[in-house]
Design a protein around this ligand. Structure first.
Ligand code: 8GP
Length: 799
């Protein structure tokens, strides 16, 4: 079918691309080559590339409409997409055309590319995973839509002032976002507050959700899917003209400002009551708009509600979108007139839930009072779902009151709250963890009661990462080497082919080329001595991830260097990247101490050329794509039993970094695949850690019995690093919730093995190649294949 309605096809030669660029500059940007700024050139380039994807999107939409397939709908509070330009150039096959055309028109391609701003719509691992899954869904031709919120201000911009983290708003779309298609006509009205009367829920406040979408192209295929993002808009009625006329300007827009605050920031500070309510409003806003959109799409080709689960599977990315469960019940029962049981059966066949945590404090709960005020009808529905659940618990486990209390959707003490994870497990047909160990621990601990009652509901889907973004785009040099080593670039769509690199680990010429690529990536990062071991810890700051353990190791290295500079051995650069949540004081103290230690080491001539600590601020996807190719050593050192999976560990292994890690999250599966001889293992395992935490753990006993550990902590306590970090050291000595001191010796010994291995560069390179060769499993394509097989059961539709 020709969907262009007579429109001329977009060109694929350099001259045609240049013409398209010129035409967009002239007609859509409204300027000329002579007067265009770099921003004009950037936006024009984006439009020209986007046009190519839009043509593919039109063909994809037509094929998807024709086949009336089962759609995968992904609901997520965050998407950490990363920069769009390079990806869209690659996926549209214009990587070479674009810079040539820009140059021909007199623009500087590097200056233009530098204007591409990464949308800060995500926070950490969960948001980045969502982006990788959408990339793989499109690459595998699965009809899928990602739904999220179009935050004005995403994750904050991090800077350091006197070594302390300072947060600034990130107005990422200040100049507009050329990748986005606004679709105001698809807006939906969302209600809040009010009361439930005989005629049903009468909201006390309404706002509009206005969507825009971003295209999500597949790699090596025609499919282009999309992400639909909702932005809150005040309704026409909310501007108070009479107040404005009376000069009460702030009051006149008060209601409008309140409405639009809903999509203002990602994860608003929840230390106040109003902040918490705003988060809950965001969650309902996302699910209400998205479900209406899903239903609108269902109705294009279907009429019978019984068909709904066959046409839609809705994946809840953690508990943030869990209100979708009572919301769909409300739509089906109150608005569509289905009876409760019929509606519940549809809901239970439609939703699935992914859990991303093992921290009990990360399991969301909402005060019953707040939820009842904001969403009175939903609270009634939750109560009724709870009645059904507790009835089933009582009949399966008669007399077990304690179990009823634990499984209830409502926590009673110290305050009545709705347990969102319990609701998510109850209202879905599948619940998955994100790595083997994580899924096991979920059924053994967090969801033990539910797994006992509904064992078939629980599964594992180990995370993965996009090889396009994190190898091909991030590391073009290594990608070419891999392609020439394998004799094909088919690995970009089938990462298991990387296994073909294993024999090349024994080829000294290949090893030399591999080392050259690492050094080149390090040089590009601008880290001075490319011969130094680059030791990398990039992730959010959290005490369970244990940046403080890495810090104690650095201080120990520093002490060794001072006491015997001749014996140090291996020059190292340690690189940290990551943000701490603004209200997380302990994590911010660790950041402060890292910067203080880095400054002390930099100022001490004895360390010169031997030990360096760098901490570039504002770690994000853009920076990750530069750091990961350069890394030699990947720090994955969380307390075992706390990291759900980790995905940085996968990205680093795929780029030939060797892991030093605990048996936590997906580290376990990485080690199984790359082999124990190519992985530096240390520390307690999950069982050992849980046992030690359950006993009377005495961090001080480790301090007393290990002179190097004692020296490191004493130095911090004595103020050796500009007087910073007393609180960090004291908390380790007093509580050490995550067993840093218990694992210290084992960690330092493993680091000594790292140094020894580094001294044999041929051995190190072999290990590095084998890490990449054996990490093909960690492609998000495989993750999507597992979701399809175990949960989604959707099939490809090719345009
Ligand atoms: C993260 C987990 O911490 C990480 O281990 C995992 O790899 C990743 O999810 C993807 O599965 N969890 C989160 O990002 C998370 O729980 N974020 C919530 C605060 C929003």
């Amino acid at each position: 079918m020709d969907l262009r309605n007579g429109l001329r096809p977009l060109g694929s030669t350099p001259a045609e691309f240049e013409q398209d660029l010129l035409s967009n500059l002239y007609y859509r940007r409204g300027t000329t080559v002579e007067s265009a700024s770099a921003q004009d050139a950037y936006e024009t380039l984006a439009l020209t590339v986007r046009d190519r994807l839009a043509a593919r999107r039109a063909r994809t939409a037509a094929a998807q409409y024709d086949s009336n397939p089962r759609w995968v709908y992904y609901l997520s509070a965050e998407y950490l997409l990363g920069p769009q330009l390079d990806q869209n150039l690659l996926y549209s096959g214009t990587t070479d055309l674009a810079p040539a055309a820009l140059k021909a028109l007199g623009f500087d391609p590097a200056e233009v590319a530098a204007l591409d701003v990464e949308p800060g719509l995500g926070n950490g691992g969960l948001g980045r995973l969502a982006a990788c899954l959408l990339d793989s869904l499109a690459t595998m031709d699965i009809p899928a839509v990602g739904y999220g919120i179009r935050y004005d201000l995403g994750i904050f911009k991090q800077s350091f002032e006197n070594g302390e983290q300072v947060e600034k708003p990130d107005d990422w779309a200040f100049q507009g976002d050329p990748w986005e298609f606004p679709a105001p006509d698809d807006r939906n009205r969302v209600g809040f507050y009010g009361h439930v009367g005989p005629e049903g829920w009468v909201p006390g406040e309404v706002i509009d959700g206005e969507p825009s979408h971003l295209l999500v192209p597949g790699y090596g295929t025609e499919t282009v899917n999309f992400i639909r993002l909702w932005r809150a808009r005040a309704t026409e009625a909310s501007f108070d003209l009479s107040r404005f006329s009376a000069g009460q300007y702030a009051e006149a827009v008060d209601q409008a400002v309140r409405a639009e605050n809903i999509s203002k920031v990602l994860y608003p500070d929840d230390s106040t009551e109003s902040g918490r309510e705003l988060r809950l409003k965001q969650q309902y806003f996302l699910v209400s708009c998205s479900l209406r959109d899903i239903i609108r799409r269902f109705r294009f080709r279907n009429h019978d509600w019984a068909e709904f689960p066959a046409k839609a599977v809705i994946q809840l990315n953690d508990t943030h979108p869990t209100l979708a469960i009572p919301e769909l019940m409300r739509l089906l029962v109150d608005e569509e007139g289905l009876d409760w049981d019929q509606a519940w059966s549809i809901v239970r066949q439609t939703f699935a839930y992914t859990c991303h945590t093992l921290l009990p404090e990360a399991l969301e709960t909402w005060p019953v009072a707040m939820l009842g005020r904001l969403l009175p009808r939903h609270l009634e529905i939750i109560y009724r779902i709870n009645d059904g659940l507790l009835g089933e618990v009582r009949s399966r486990f008669p007399g077990d009151l304690d179990r009823v209390r634990r499984m209830s959707l409502i926590q009673e003490e110290p305050e009545r709250r709705v347990r969102m994870a319990n609701l998510a497990v109850t209202g879905t047909f599948a619940v998955n963890g994100v790595a083997e160990l994580h899924s096991q621990l979920l059924t053994a601990t967090t969801f033990h009661d539910f797994a006992t009652m509904w064992p078939d509901r629980f599964r594992n889907v180990t995370n993965g990462v996009s090889p396009r973004r994190f190898v091909r785009l991030a590391n073009p040099g290594l990608s070419s080497l891999i392609t020439s080593g394998l004799g094909t670039d088919a690995w970009l769509r089938d990462l298991s082919l990387l296994a073909g690199l294993a024999p090349l680990a024994g080829d000294s010429a290949f090893r030399a080329q591999w080392r050259t690529e690492k050094r080149r990536a390090k040089a590009a990062l601008g880290l001075g001595d490319p011969g130094a071991l680059l030791d990398v810890m990039i992730k959010r700051f959290h005490e369970y991830k244990r940046q403080q353990l890495k810090l104690l190791h650095i201080i120990t290295l520093y002490h060794r260097l001072k006491s015997d500079p001749g014996r140090f051995g291996v020059p190292r650069t340690v690189l940290f990247g990551g943000k701490a949540a603004p209200a997380y004081t302990a994590a911010k103290s660790i950041i402060h101490l890292i910067n203080a230690v880095a400054a002390t080491i930099a100022a001490d001539p004895v360390t010169s050329g031997q030990l360096r600590v760098v901490f570039p601020p504002n770690y994000n996807v853009t920076l990750a794509e530069k750091i990961i190719p350069a890394a030699d050593l990947s720090e994955q050192i969380s307390m075992a039993g706390k990291e759900a999976s980790g995905t940085g560990n996968m990205k680093l292994a795929l780029n030939g970094a060797i892991t030093i890690g605990t048996l936590d999250g997906a580290n376990v599966e990485i080690r199984d695949r790359v082999g124990g001889e190519n992985f530096f293992l240390f520390g307690l395992d999950a069982t050992g850690a849980a046992a030690l935490r359950g006993s009377s753990y005495q961090p001080r006993s480790y301090y007393d019995s290990d002179p190097e550990l004692k020296a490191a902590l004493d130095a911090v306590l004595a103020g050796a690093f500009g007087g910073v970090g007393h609180d960090v050291a004291q908390s380790l000595l007093d509580r050490d919730e995550y067993l840093t001191l218990a694992d210290y010796r084992s960690y330092v010994d493993a680091q000594d093995e790292v140094s020894a291995a580094w001294q044999d560069q041929e051995r190190w390179t072999r290990m590095s190649i084998l890490n990449a060769a054996n990490s093909g499993f960690f492609s998000s394509d495989r993750t999507v294949a597992d979701y399809l097989d175990r949960i989604w059961r959707a099939t490809p539709v090719r345009p």
